[in-house]
Design a protein. Structure first.
Ligand code: PLP
Length: 383
């Protein structure tokens, strides 16, 4: 009988999508899914409406149109300090997801092990399973979720060929420090590992220290494919526009894989995306100030409910230890918050291969202020 392929059999839709359905049924506020519900820059929308007809509407070259690749290279140089040749080292992709899939497809073989730092973005294990790759957890312990050489070394197996490093992290909100990235560099060098970074939240960080691109630390540049997206930085996840960049010898294969997967991301959006990437510093400062305000509003709601959320230093999530609720798991905590407060969150279990050390839930603050205020009030009243 025809049916799902063997490697797909244990895969399910994410629990985050299921929570969205339950919230709709119960009339609850959904702060679970990282949908990004803030408006894109108005200037960009106006330009799109004005110029759409004049954009190229055919396929682009494998790797993307030149203006997009040049805009990526310039932004990466300006904010991350990395030199990348737009012609040979940048590949335009369908979101960061497309960049991750193309990179994994291009540079790894079925059966290869990939280290995932727990807690991780829930799509990683699914992506690995789809490609026949082996997820290998590196358990990080909250509230610090610190990466050390010892933790990394003890997670490496004879199958390990790569690791995915997400900074700023979804869901923990942690940004890896230069010292932690040096540890990554040391172990990657020792075991000759490919490093794939996921930097989709690179422009959303809090505090004076700018984002540190892993490829700028130690020897990581020569073994790292940097993945990012326009979705979070410009509040346009539906444009499905992202990119990968790295050493030419790796990017040649990534370009072939990206082309075979989807040919290229939508060309008119590459044109607009190039303009977005060139928005000035004020835009990025404003983005951070907006998210800083939103994270405080939501954190105050959790604090008023007797829960102490972590203070994220990047991304747009709170990762909340719900032990004070007297629950044993994130799934129970999610249920309590849903039933008592009519607020939908994501159980921490969604971000781990094995049960987490504490009953965590993740809450998203990429929402309109009034929704966050309502959620904060319900939390304070309900718990
Ligand atoms: C850590 C992380 N990586 C990748 C993605 C997906 O990015 P894109 O929409 O650009 O494919 C997300 C989206 O939530 C994310 O949180």
């Amino acid at each position: 009988m025809i049916g799902a392929a063997g490697r797909m059999r244990n895969l399910q839709e994410s629990s985050i999508a299921a929570m969205t359905v339950r919230c709709q049924e119960l009339g609850a506020i959904n702060i679970a899914q990282g949908l990004c519900q803030v408006p894109p820059p108005p200037s960009l929308l106006a330009e799109g409406a004005r110029d759409f007809r004049d954009f190229d509407h055919s396929y682009s070259a494998p790797g993307g149109i030149a203006v997009f690749r040049e805009a990526v290279a310039d932004k990466v140089k300006k904010y991350s300090g990395l030199d990348v040749d737009p012609a040979t080292q940048v590949v335009a992709t369908v979101g960061a997801t497309g960049a991750l899939m193309a990179t994994l497809t291009a540079l790894l073989d079925p059966g290869d092990g990939v280290l995932l730092f727990e807690p991780f973005y829930g799509n990683y294990p699914t992506a690995l399973a789809v490609l026949g790759l082996r997820p290998e957890p590196v358990r990080l312990i909250g509230p610090g979720f610190e990466v050390t050489e010892e933790t990394l070394r003890s997670a490496v197996t004879p199958h390990t060929r790569a690791m995915i490093v997400c900074t700023p992290n979804n869901p923990s909100g942690r940004r890896l420090t230069t010292a932690e990235l040096m540890a990554v560099s040391a172990v990657a060098e020792e075991r000759d590992l490919l490093v794939i970074t996921d930097e989709v939240y690179e422009d959303i960080y809090f505090g004076p220290e700018p984002h540190v691109a892993p490829a700028t630390v130690g020897d990581l540049g020569r073994r790292t494919v940097t993945v990012s997206s326009l979705g979070k930085s410009f509040s346009v996840p539906g444009w499905r526009l992202g990119y990968a960049c790295g050493p030419e010898r790796l990017m040649n294969a990534v370009r072939v894989a990206a082309e075979s997967l989807v040919v290229c991301p939508p060309v008119p959006l590459q044109e607009l995306g190039a303009r977005a990437l060139r928005l000035n510093d004020d835009y990025f400062r404003g983005l951070r100030a907006m998210y800083d305000r939103k994270r405080r509003m939501l954190a105050e709601g959790f604090a008023a409910a007797g829960l102490s959320p972590n203070e994220p230093d990047g991304s747009y999530y709170l990762f909340v230890d719900c032990s004070p609720l007297g629950v044993a798991t994130g799934a129970e905590a999610t249920e309590v918050l849903l039933q008592r407060c009519l607020v939908g969150t994501v159980p921490g279990e969604s971000f781990y291969l094995d049960p987490p050390d504490r009953p965590y839930v993740r809450a998203c603050f990429s929402l309109p202020d009034e929704v966050i205020a309502d959620a904060a009030e319900r939390l304070a009243r309900g718990v």
